[in-house]
Design a protein around this ligand. Structure first.
Ligand SMILES: CC(C)(COP(=O)(O)OP(=O)(O)OC[C@H]1O[C@@H](n2cnc3c(N)ncnc32)[C@H](O)[C@@H]1OP(=O)(O)O)[C@@H](O)C(=O)NCCC(=O)NCCS
Length: 207
């Protein structure tokens, strides 16, 4: 498995690579279980118990989600998730990020985001959707660097990243969404994400 050293404007000393679909997904689970209470809340929009996280990681192993992991000393300390487009009614892949508190503010989020975008482009995706809590300043600032214009609704912020326009992590001025796209982003407000969570809990209803 090829590790890629992190270079550029980051203080992170680890490496990043994609996890293999089944064998390595326990590494994702263990990383997510290490997230503290606040981080779990931010990452899972309120779903915080261990059993939920275990089922979530299992599901990622089965549904084709691509996990890009940040390793330090053989331990996954950060992850970027690229969910398959088939999970969304509008076929826009959902993305999500988690970095353990011990390695934050070192550029890990940025490097994971870059790798995820490269992976998404290689798959031919044109757009990505990110959804986060309305008060999650860290994620909103990070997403903003990659051109996501997040729109607030129902306690959440959601936005589309246009991969056909995006080049580098820069302020969002280079890729601000038009009014139609913004309206569509609100209409699709995290539908796919909630559908996935509801299915995991067996509630079987659409968001
Ligand atoms: C959001 C998160 C992934 C950021 O990871 P990170 O590795 O600390 O991010 P980076 O060090 O790459 O920071 C990149 C940029 O994001 C912004 N940022 C990161 N943390 C921030 C914070 N606490 N407050 C404000 N802005 C912040 C900054 O613009 C930062 O750039 P800068 O350091 O040059 O100012 C991390 O805080 C996290 O995992 N949070 C809990 C889970 C979560 O909220 N996930 C989002 C749901 S999808």
């Amino acid at each position: 498995m090829r590790h890629e050293a992190i270079t550029g404007s980051t203080r992170a000393r680890g490496s990043v690579r994609t996890l293999s679909q089944h064998e390595e997904l326990p590494l994702l689970r263990d990383h997510l279980l290490r997230l503290d209470r606040t981080s779990r809340h931010d990452r899972f929009h309120g779903f915080m118990d261990d059993s939920f996280i275990e089922r979530y990681a299992e599901r990622c192993a089965d549904d084709g989600t691509v996990i890009i992991a940040y390793f330090e000393d053989g331990v996954v300390r950060g992850a970027a998730e690229l969910h398959p487009p088939q999970q969304s009614p509008d076929l826009i892949p959902e993305i999500a990020f988690s970095v353990e508190a011990s390695v934050r503010r070192q550029g890990v989020g940025i490097i994971l985001f870059r790798k995820l975008i490269a992976e998404a482009r290689a798959k031919g995706y044109r757009n990505l959707r990110i959804t986060t809590g309305a008060n999650n300043q860290a994620m909103k600032a990070l997403a903003n660097k990659f051109g996501a214009h997040l729109t607030f609704s129902h306690g959440e912020s959601t936005g589309i990243i246009d991969l056909t326009q995006h080049h580098q992590p820069e302020p969002a001025t280079s890729a601000v969404l038009g009014a139609v796209d913004a309206a569509r982003a609100i209409a699709n407000l995290n539908r796919a994400y909630w559908n996935m969570l509801f299915r995991m809990y067996g509630w079987g209803r659409a968001a």
